[in-house]
Write a protein that binds this ligand. Sequence first.
Ligand code: HAM
Length: 434
Amino acid sequence: MFKAPRGMKDILPAEQHYWKYVCDEATQISRLYGYERIDTPALEYTGLFLRSVGEETDIVEKQMYTFEDRGGDSVTLRPEGTAPVCRAYIEHGLHNLPQPIRLCYFGSIFRYERPQAGRLRQHQQFGCEAIGSADPLLDAEMVDMAWRLCTLLGLKDLTVQLNSIGCQVCRSRYVQQLRTYYSSYADLPCPDCRKRLQHNPLRLLDCKNPPCQEIAIKAPRIWESLCDECRRHFDSLKDYLARLQIPYELNPHLVRGLDYYNRTVFEIQAMDTGGQNALGGGGRYDGLIELLGGKPAPAVGFAMGIERIILNLQKQSMQPPARNTARVFLAYVGEDAKRAALTLADDLRQAEIGVVVAVDGRSLKAQLKQANSLGLPQAVIIGQDEIQSRSVTVRDMARGEQASIPAEQLVSQLKAQSASGGIAGTNSTYGTGS
Ligand code: HAM
């Protein structure tokens, strides 16, 4: 028996309505803020990620799916979406368009991680990138979009964690201070932190190991080291977020796991999911376009993990819209009625009313049972009597009531009910449910 690769998931029909719900809202958000869709390949040349994500990050050191293709080139399944968008920006001369350019994407991301709930080896991201401006208004726009998506979806108990990690100049001063502070600890509790002290001291601050966290708590904070420009940028961002009434929390230990960030970093976190609590994250990456060979262009962005959003919707018992987009079950008794049902289904679909037609010649009782289990609010029944009288029987599945109407009035009646909100199942009112 074959199974899906470890850490990779099938998305079965029963879960698709969550995906549609989240992706529709994300698309709506991108429209509201003027972001245009970009798609990049799932594979890139490996060098792109070595250069952008950073050779000493966990992603590059431990998590990339890298292999040689048949032509001998080293390629990597994308472990994140920002570097590919920047590569495309440079390759297609998007700096020639009015700046900043606002782009969004949906796509699979591949990271060879230890799988657990909310941590997969293939996950999907919705991401947004604004390239070509250093204005802190854009940083606020990113936090605002990520936050709005979560609140529109009805998610609760989330926090926005915010930090500034400064620019190259003030950060390198800070890293020096950090090294001095940590050097007073002769023996760091975890081997990862001992390595971080050598290669990536900022990451000492977000080690999840409790003894390491105790040391990190007393470490000097970056805010005191920010240069005037970085401080002003950070102050403006905080002011804009306050104006937008986004309840952020300042977190001096938020540094994120990719090397390209400078100044703003942020995450949207769920309060209760332990290790895998980040639903989304992002920040500013002013040097990345230049690092990848483009003309300097400051930029900022974020990405949300769709599986983690769905996991949280499910934990919070948020019910997306009805699973089945069809709303009518077409039941019939007998061969003549079956043929009539086929053309009636066609009429309904022409009128954009979704229909599921019974098959396999089951009893009427079994057909109605199926309509129920599919969650369809109405059944239309055709039997010999209906054929003779050119009528159909319309059954309200929830109430169990039914009425006979002339067949030619069916489409107009269903449309009228739909317009008045009389039929559940097609509208998209999202509510809480069990
Ligand atoms: P990231 O924080 O690595 O950022 O990933 C963004 C989101 O993807 C995370 O907050 C999380 O929800 C989800 N995610 C990450 N890894 C996994 C996993 N193994 N399984 C399930 N979900 C996961 C980035 O990738 C940056 N490119 C974001 C960005 C865009 N920064 C600027 N622009």
